[in-house]
Structures are given as structure tokens and as C-alpha cells.
Design a protein around this ligand. Structure first.
Ligand SMILES: Cc1cc2nc3c(=O)[nH]c(=O)nc-3n(C[C@H](O)[C@H](O)[C@H](O)COP(=O)(O)OP(=O)(O)OC[C@H]3O[C@@H](n4cnc5c(N)ncnc54)[C@H](O)[C@@H]3O)c2cc1C
Length: 543
């Protein structure tokens, strides 16, 4: 890195908070899903190393570093906890702004039900603090170790408590925003953080949009996040030693119960999800495919343990016969009456939609285990239990009306995945590996097809890429009117650059990349904030 630029940045943050040591930079180049990027495969290193890594400790320092970048024409990219290749530079000459020093929960406003956090506050930290005050939040499956702010302001937003707590794009309230040029902007009310909109025209769509700008529009340094009612105890105690997830709840809250009804067809499942959503009985309404897929994600101590417990014992085969499309429903209540009422409504809906709950899921040691462990997956989330196979990826992932999404991600997704499983190119983990989140009591859902591959085998990576490409081509041709949710990941046809791929997708979705390009140009005329994962900002071929 140019020594003048390095020195200018070191003068702002201090020598100990900046580095361009190749060993340090190497660690900022290695990440999940990198093997899908053109120029990176088959290894897990990004095609470009950062020019340097800077750790600002305050909004003022962020502003000064961003201004230096503008002055010297050096690009930058914000990183909060960095789960996935989308958090790393997608081109050369980019400084990573690692925000780990900005790690405070600034405020928990009990009266108005929101919290204000800095970038390095994780879901686990926030959840633990707000539970003490009768609130809960909306952690993502990416893991409770991920940043609240990054998810809420800058990327995706699907979460396990979305049925009750909504999508995180909508939980985003006021933000403190260092614009790409280094100027400071606060969105929301002049005083307070309780709303994303203040006086005058709203900028929320521009700031967050559907999938977040993923670092392309400057740096968010604080966000207000909406909190949701928590009917559970102020603290959840866990102990180790579970069969599925390694941790289990020590005590199940008095009026909390987890159910796992199952359905024979995707149509019946969709019917159930709509009705269960509308009835407003469920705190959480999610699913993670069929039994084989779920067990392939469990987090026991070793893969061997999973194999022995589930496959070799024959347990899985017996269950698979009976349980085609299971769904997880977590019920909470404040009183016994409310609890009984909600459970009765659930049973009615299961009956009405042709579902069943198998006896081992209702009573006995397995049911107890399930009730103690599965909530940990919902509260604590899944990072630790999706890595066993070395590679985990999803098809595009769609958000929309339950019927439409389930219809097009159900049987067709199974058929497609089967083709690649039968070739042995991806892990055999059962037919149904479709993952769901319900939002706002079933108003809309998110659904993706998940699968595992071997990230160390180029053929397995290539097969996964092909499966995604095929899925995307067929779905796009159908023009279904629901949205793909993975624009920033840009996995797909290897013959296209990310820029070309975005343009292909964009044709079917109102040319969103052209609009993003206009936003980018207006806010970042010199193109300084690395826009690799933002439709409009993706570098052109050869750039
Ligand atoms: C296996 C896997 C599973 C995932 N599951 C989910 C899921 O279930 N739900 C979901 O919503 N997402 C999911 N994601 C996507 C993503 O990892 C999450 O949204 C995660 O919560 C982001 O937090 P982070 O701390 O990892 O962000 P980072 O990786 O640090 O950042 C994410 C993006 O936001 C930008 N960014 C980060 N901080 C700032 C900032 N302060 N200002 C401006 N831009 C910033 C980064 O440049 C990057 O592009 C998943 C990713 C992977 C790899």
C-alpha cells in the first residue's frame, strides 16, 4: 500500500490498529463460499487480497479514514463480523474497515421497544441483554455470532423469529451513516432512534432496499433495531451434552412448547403454514427440510456420532418413511389459558390440513430431547451445525406469497437436487432440503433449497454451481413475481462474470441493477466504497 496513505490512516487510528502485513491480510482473504467466485475456485481464498486492514474505533475515525480513501482514490469495504465472502474486497486496492472495536450496545429503550447498537454487537449479546428486560430480538441462521447491524442495515434479514418479529429489513429503525464520501447522515427522527423515517422524504429504500447494499454505500456506525415482546424468562440456561446440537435447554420455560407436525405433500405444508401464520399462535414458524437433511445439519461432537446415532441405528430410515415434510412450530404464552388455547388451535389446524405429529415427537425421551434442543437452534442459531460437510450453499432463495414460493421450490427443487445427488456430486441428505422462514404471521415466506458439497473437491464445487445455475434459469423463465434473495452472493453460471450475471437476473426484476447504479453514482460519484456485491456497483468485465 502507498506509504502516504498508510501513514495518513495510521495517524487517525494509531499504529496498532492498521496493518498490511501479508500474514494478516491472508486471514482477511479466506472465507465461506469463496470457492464459487470466478478466479478463486477451487480454493477458499478471495482472488484479491485487501490493500490493508484498518480498525477504526469511533464514527469520527471512520469518517476520517473514508475521507482519506476519497482523497487518495483508494477503495474501502466495511466488515462487521465477516461471515461469508461478500464481506471481503471483490477487487484490488481496497482497504478493509474492520469494525470490531465498535462493539457497544448503546441503548436499550424499554419504553419504546428498541435497541441501538454498534457494528460488532452480535445477536447473542443483544438477545441476552434484552431478554432481561422482557424483549427479544430476531437472530439470523447465519449465526448468533454475526453482527446485528450488518444484517439489519446491509444484507439479507431472514431470521428464525420472523413469524413473530418480522424481516430484519423491517426491524431497521434509525441509522447513523457515514456516506461513501465521508459525510455523516442520520436517518430517522432528529432525537431518538424509534423510527427509520424522520421529517422529509424517506431514504430507507435507498439505504436498505430489499437485500442491503452490502458495503457499497459507505459505513453504518449505529442502528436502532426494533425489539419484540419476550414471554420467556430473563435468562435461558443451557447445558452441554445434547444429541442433536450439543447444547440443550436446562429448563424449558413453563409456557413454551415446540411441535414438529409433518405433511405428506408440499401443498398441505403450504396450507398449514398459511393457516398457522394467520392464527398468530406461533412465536417461530420455520423448517429445515426433511429428517435426513435436518440430521445432516445437527451439531453433535463428530460426524461419526451423527452417523452412528441416526444412520447406522436405522432410526433415520424409520422416521423418513413417516415424516415427509416436517415443520417446526414454537409456541409461547403468558398464562396457562393462553397456552392451552394456542395448542388447541394448532392441533385443529394440523388436523384440518392433513398433518400429523408422530408419537415419538409428542412423548418420550426423543420428544423431550427435541423440546430441549431444537429451541437452542432457534434462539442460538445454526452456524455451528451447518459446517460438517465442509461446504454448504443454497439455491437462489425466494421471498413471496407462501403458495407460489412453496409450489416452485417444492417438487421442482427436489427433482433438481436429486439429479446431482444421484451423480454423487453433492451429499445425499434426502429429497426435501427446502428451508423456510415465515414472516409477519405468514404474510410472506422465504424459501431456499439447501445442499452440502465438498468444498475441497473441484468437481463437487462445479456440480453445485451447475445446480444453482440450472435452478436459477428455470425459475427465472417462469417469471413468478417473487424475488430472488441472493443477489449479492452471485453464485451461478461460471462462464459469466458477476456483473454479467446480475444483468441477466435483473432483466426479470425491473432492471434493478440500473436503479442501483443510479443510487451508487449519486452517493458515491468517485466509486470509492467497494460495490462488488451491489448490483449496480459490480465491476464491469476486465475491471
Ligand atoms: C452459511 C451462511 C448462512 C447465512 N444465513 C443467513 C440467514 O439465515 N439470514 C440472513 O439474513 N443472512 C444469512 N447469511 C448472510 C450473512 O452472513 C448474514 O446476513 C450476516 O448476519 C451478516 O452479518 P456479518 O456480521 O457476518 O456481516 P459481514 O459479513 O461483516 O457483512 C455483511 C455485508 O454487509 C456489509 N457491511 C458489514 N458491516 C457494515 C457496515 N457497518 N456498514 C456498511 N456495510 C457493512 C459488508 O461489506 C458485507 O457486504 C448467511 C451467510 C452464510 C455464509
Amino acid at each position: 500500500m502507498d506509504r502516504n496513505v498508510y501513514k495518513a490512516m495510521a495517524d487517525v487510528v494509531g499504529q496498532e490498529f492498521i496493518s498490511d502485513d501479508p500474514v494478516v491480510l491472508e486471514t482477511y482473504s479466506f472465507n465461506w463460499l469463496t470457492e464459487f467466485l470466478p478466479g478463486a475456485a477451487p480454493c477458499k481464498y478471495m482472488p484479491h487480497r485487501p490493500a490493508a486492514v484498518v480498525l477504526p474505533g469511533s464514527v469520527e475515525e471512520v469518517q476520517q479514514v473514508v475521507k482519506i480513501c476519497n482523497r487518495y482514490g483508494v477503495k474501502y469495504k466495511a466488515l462487521s463480523t465477516g461471515y461469508g465472502s461478500h464481506s471481503l474486497p471483490g477487487q484490488g486496492n481496497v482497504v478493509v474497515l474492520d469494525l470490531r472495536r465498535m462493539n457497544r450496545i448503546v441503548e436499550i429503550n424499554e419504553e419504546q421497544g428498541y435497541a441501538v447498537v454498534e457494528p460488532y454487537v452480535t445477536w447473542a449479546q443483544l438477545a441476552a441483554e434484552v431478554m432481561k428486560k422482557g424483549y427479544f430480538t430476531t437472530p439470523v441462521q447465519a449465526g448468533s455470532q454475526a453482527s446485528v447491524l450488518a444484517n439489519v442495515t446491509s444484507g439479507w434479514g431472514m431470521n428464525t423469529f420472523g413469524n413473530h418479529g418480522g424481516h430484519n429489513g423491517r426491524n431497521c429503525l434509525a441509522v447513523e451513516w457515514v456516506l461513501p464520501t465521508g459525510e455523516l447522515l442520520k436517518l430517522g427522527p432528529p432525537e431518538g432512534w424509534f423510527s427509520g423515517d424522520g421529517p422529509g422524504p424517506s431514504l430507507r429504500g435507498i439505504m436498505r432496499g430489499y437485500c442491503g447494499a452490502q458495503g457499497a454505500l459507505g459505513v453504518f456506525t449505529k442502528v436502532g433495531i426494533k425489539l419484540h415482546h419476550w414471554p420467556g424468562p430473563p435468562e435461558l440456561k443451557t447445558r452441554s451434552g445434547g444429541l442433536m446440537l450439543y447444547y440443550r435447554l436446562d429448563e424449558i420455560p413453563e409456557f413454551m412448547e415446540l411441535f414438529a407436525p409433518s405433511f405428506d405433500t408440499y401443498e398441505a405444508l403450504a396450507d398449514f403454514m398459511v393457516k398457522a401464520g394467520e392464527s398468530e399462535i406461533a412465536y417461530s414458524l420455520v423448517r429445515a427440510g426433511g429428517i435426513a437433511h435436518m440430521t445432516s445439519m445437527f451439531g453433535s461432537l463428530s460426524n461419526q456420532e451423527i452417523f452412528e446415532n441416526y444412520h447406522e441405528s436405522g432410526f433415520l430410515q424409520i422416521l423418513e418413511e413417516e415424516v415427509k415434510h416436517p415443520c417446526i412450530v414454537l409456541i409461547f404464552a403468558r398464562t396457562k389459558e393462553e397456552f392451552e388455547y394456542k395448542k388447541a388451535v394448532l392441533m385443529d389446524i394440523i388436523e384440518e390440513t392433513g398433518g400429523k405429529i408422530l408419537p415419538p415427537f409428542l412423548e418420550g425421551p426423543f420428544a423431550d430431547l427435541m423440546k430441549q434442543e431444537m429451541p437452542v437452534a432457534l434462539f442460538g442459531n445454526d452456524t455451528h451445525f451447518i459446517h460438517h460437510q465442509g461446504g454448504f450453499v443454497i439455491s437462489a432463495g425466494y421471498m413471496g406469497n407462501t403458495d407460489a414460493v412453496v409450489r416452485h421450490m417444492g417438487v421442482p427443487a427436489e427433482k433438481l437436487k436429486k439429479k446431482y445427488m444421484e451423480k454423487g456430486a453433492i451429499l445425499f441428505d434426502g429429497d426435501d432440503s427446502t428451508y423456510h422462514n415465515s414472516f409477519d404471521h405468514g404474510a410472506y415466506i422465504y424459501m431456499e433449497m439447501e445442499f452440502h458439497y465438498d468444498a475441497a473437491l473441484p468437481d463437487s464445487v462445479e456440480a453445485s454451481r451447475k445446480a444453482i445455475e440450472e435452478e436459477r434459469t428455470t425459475r427465472l423463465e417462469e417469471k413468478l413475481g417473487f424475488e430472488p434473495n441472493d443477489i449479492g452472493l452471485c453464485v451461478g453460471d461460471a462462464s459469466l462474470t458477476p456483473w454479467e450475471r446480475v444483468k441477466e437476473i435483473s432483466k426479470r426484476y425491473m432492471n434493478f441493477h440500473a436503479w442501483q447504479q443510479r443510487i451508487k453514482q449519486a452517493l458515491d460519484p468517485e466509486n470509492i466504497s467497494d460495490g462488488t456485491n451491489y448490483g449496480g456497483g459490480t465491476p464491469k468485465p476486465g475491471q
